[in-house]
Design a binder for this molecule. Structure first.
Ligand SMILES: Nc1nc2c(ncn2[C@@H]2O[C@H](COP(=O)(O)OP(=O)(O)O)[C@@H](O)[C@H]2O)c(=O)[nH]1
Ligand SMILES: [Mg+2]
Length: 305
């Protein structure tokens, strides 16, 4: 089953304002000047600078070039249509368990925003009438457990934790068992993200997945990789590593509010073949929006209404 959730267009538009300013103002400037071959080169650079990726930048520029030959005028419309076409190749809806709790594993490099995104998801699901349980499987640092506990109390979520240094797979096992016993509808599992011990991190994720499967066959239903939009193309390399060991069903792209390179959504979907499911639009608990391609493209190219 797939699920739609509402998002706040205003927050998406505000978060994308830096990217929009660079991109659509640049396009408007070029259009006003008249599109010749030199302008097309500048246009391609604008696309590239927004982190849309080399391929997409070239593809969009070609579409505009084509339009110019046909002496048609709706350049923005053509870019919009092309971007939507690219973004709609993936299904951005959430996966929902047929029955029992839906389990989501949250993975990614430290500092990308895993724990904060879990808090935001807890809030979103609670508002959607669900009961949420958090599993504190980032047992590496005591502070990580405390941080999650604080978010649990702020968002009214339940929490299952172990002591610092406990086996993360055992914590996941306990969290899912508690969720089943208590009829919880949504479980979110926080994990560690220490990149310097890559192999053991990937083994740890494998064990966590196995523990989930043992308690609820078919779970985790979603494995969401948290990527930081401000790290640009590097995010794609990170994603490839994780995807190899823990197949991801979607991406949470955080910190879109802090970058003029919001176009990274497109190469992420294109190169990984997985959908972006949520975008982070700030540090507050309401600053996570389900990803909707139409809304995103509108906010990228047009304005805040
Ligand atoms: N501006 C902004 N900051 C964010 C966003 N998501 C997370 N952060 C910040 O990123 C930092 C690291 O987040 P945290 O959840 O602890 O990362 P973790 O190590 O992956 O669990 C915190 O200061 C968060 O407030 C976002 O969408 N926008
Ligand atoms: Mg964390």
């Amino acid at each position: 089953m797939l699920k739609f959730l509402k998002s706040s267009y205003k927050k998406v538009a505000t978060a994308l304002s830096k990217t929009r300013l660079a991109l659509s103002d640049g396009i408007a400037r070029l259009l006003a000047r008249g599109i010749d071959e030199e302008a097309l080169e500048e246009l391609e650079e604008l696309f590239y600078n927004a982190d849309l990726g080399v391929e997409t930048a070239a593809e969009l520029t070609d579409a505009v070039r084509h339009l110019m030959r046909r002496k048609e005028a709706d350049v923005i419309g053509a870019i919009e249509q092309k971007l939507l076409e690219l973004l709609k190749k993936q299904d951005n809806r959430l996966i929902q368990a047929e029955k029992g709790p839906t389990v989501t594993l949250i993975i990614g490099v430290n500092g990308n925003g895993k724990t904060t995104s879990i808090a935001k998801l807890a809030e979103l699901f609670r508002k959607n009438g669900e009961t949420v349980l958090l599993g504190a499987a980032d047992t590496f640092r005591a502070a990580a457990i405390d941080q999650l506990e604080l978010w649990a109390s702020r968002t009214g979520a339940q929490i299952v934790k172990g002591h610092p240094g406990a086996d993360p797979a055992a914590v996941a096992f306990d969290a899912l068992s508690a969720a089943v016993a208590r009829n919880v509808t949504r479980v979110l599992i926080d994990t560690a993200g220490r990149l310097h011990t890559k192999t053991s991190l990937m083994e740890e994720l494998f064990k966590i997945r196995k523990a989930c499967e043992k308690v609820i066959p078919g779970s985790p239903h979603e494995t969401l990789l948290v990527l930081d939009a401000t790290t640009g193309q590097n995010a794609i390399e990170q994603a490839k590593t994780f995807h190899k060991f823990a197949p991801i069903t979607g991406v949470i792209l955080t910190k879109l509010d802090g970058t003029a390179r919001g176009g990274i959504v497109i190469p992420i979907q294109k190169k990984l073949g997985v959908p972006v499911k949520f975008i982070g639009t700030g540090e507050g608990v309401d600053d996570l929006q389900p990803f909707h391609p139409e809304e995103f493209v509108k906010a990228l190219l047009h304005s805040r209404e």
